[in-house]
Design a protein around this ligand. Structure first.
Ligand code: UD1
Length: 417
């Protein structure tokens, strides 16, 4: 089991390239299954969740080549339509293979997915939509057997909540369906648009509307294409939090400013100076941070739930009261107890967390329990006096590519042991 050992209170300076987005790479790798041929995916981050996707693709019969951050998937010969439980359990996103397998083979046998424990994560919206599209689904003891008897049928799907995963599964199922599928109240995250862009470059006919509507005209087949994954907006937000608590100045390369439209104003509110120039963003931290006031997590373009934990660590260093309202996941405050162990003053009631700042944090041993919570503990460790050891680095490595190396390059004292 790996851990990070940090000595806090070092100023961060310099520049860093932001990796490709995990939440784009995973559905796009699943989408390569629908393509009959070779897909070349550039800017794939090197992460354990990406490795898990590659393992699933290999199991199903795809041939995979890697050249740096490029993954080449040849899906000409699909041999299987099932995914064993041990592969499904590795990550939540394995559920996206459901739609991809159905489109490609007309059959999918999977078990319930694993992933970070952020409270109950049902897939009822996925299954309800698939049933409407003519998929016959049998569920038994955590296994799901899906079959298409007479082709997937395009239809109108109104999502009760703009679920990212359900939207992706519907898109992947509909891309070669008979007729047109219209998803209303669809998720509008940049990663959804990236998936549609990849599929369109393979010959799909998908239109993403402003008002949460996605229209998919089924096509007969998809051909291989090249695609570059968009930058990871959550990793960018995490580095920004790290800079904010370290009174530094850092330029992030390879970001898309519009994807950070709900995040940048929060940093400005706290007194950070944020300048964007093309695909670069420079953040300069003030000597004293101001409170972040009220942050409500919402579906895109609202403030992303994945950025809540690292920004909460930042809020412990800000002058005044910051309030978070977590609207997406029921149990996404597991990092709070560990932040308190470092000296933070945080109270939680239901979906509301109240942070009183600024507090002096002191190094301690802390244990991560999920991906973004782990990032929060690293940000807090950077702000803390003395040595902090963050256990549970395996969570971090599901989403952050060599985070220790990146922070070290910027001047942090951090080692992976
Ligand atoms: C994706 C992201 C994750 C992010 C989340 C919300 C990936 C790989 N992961 O996860 O990083 O935190 O979006 O932005 O892209 N829900 C149901 N029934 C369903 C589906 C979802 O009730 O059938 C609920 C979930 O329990 C949760 C909420 O909807 O409370 C959001 O889930 P969803 O948008 O589906 O998130 P994921 O796709 O799992």
């Amino acid at each position: 089991m790996y851990r990070y050992v940090l000595e806090g209170r070092k100023e961060l300076r310099g520049e860093i390239n932001i990796q490709g987005a995990k939440n784009s790479a995973l559905p796009i790798l699943a989408a390569t299954l629908v393509v009959n041929g070779e897909s070349v995916i550039h800017n794939c981050p090197v992460l354990t969740d990406v490795e898990a996707s590659v393992r699933i693709l290999r199991y199903l019969g795809c041939r995979i080549k890697r050249e740096g951050t490029t993954i080449i998937v040849d899906s000409s010969n699909i041999l299987r339509d099932d995914i064993p439980a041990e592969l499904m359990r590795e990550m939540r996103s394995s559920v996206i293979f459901l739609g991809a397998l159905l489109s490609r083979t007309g059959h999918a046998r999977i078990s319930l997915p694993g992933g970070c424990d952020l409270g109950p994560r049902p897939i009822d919206l996925h299954l309800k939509a698939l049933r409407k599209m003519g998929v016959v689904i049998n569920e038994f003891r955590g296994n799901i057997d899906c079959m298409v008897t007479d082709g997937i049928e395009g239809c109108q799907v109104a999502l009760g909540f703009p679920s990212v995963g359900a939207t992706e599964n519907i898109i992947l199922s509909a891309v070669m369906a008979k007729g047109t599928t219209i998803i209303t109240n669809a998720a509008a995250e940049p990663e959804i648009v990236d998936l549609c862009d990849f599929l369109n470059s393979c010959g799909a006919k998908i239109t993403t509307g402003e008002s949460g509507t996605i229209i998919i005209d089924g096509v007969d087949s998809l051909h291989g294409a090249q695609h570059s994954i968009i930058p990871d907006r959550i990793v960018a937000a995490t580095y920004m939090s790290a800079v904010a608590v370290s009174t530094g100045r850092v330029t992030l390369h390879n970001i898309i400013p519009s994807h950070l439209s709900s995040i940048i104003p929060v940093f400005e509110e706290s007194g950070c100076n944020v300048q964007t120039n093309g695909l670069d963003l420079t953040i300069t931290a003030p000597r004293k941070l101001r409170s972040l006031r009220l942050i409500r997590t919402m579906p895109y373009p609202g403030f992303p739930t994945d950025a809540q934990p690292p920004l909460m660590a930042m809020a412990t260093q800000a002058d005044g009261t910051t309030v978070f309202v977590e609207n997406i996941f029921e149990n996404r405050y597991k990092h709070v107890g560990e932040l308190i162990r470092l000296g933070a003053k945080i109270s939680v009631e239901g979906k509301v967390a109240v942070i009183e700042g600024p507090t002096e944090l002191y190094g301690a041993d802390v244990y991560a329990q999920d991906l973004r919570g782990a990032a929060a503990l690293v940000v807090a460790g950077l702000a803390a006096e003395g040595k902090t050891t963050v256990y549970g680095v395996e969570y971090l490595e599901r989403g952050y590519e060599e985070f220790d190396v990146g922070l070290s390059l910027l001047g942090a004292s951090i080692r992976k042991i």
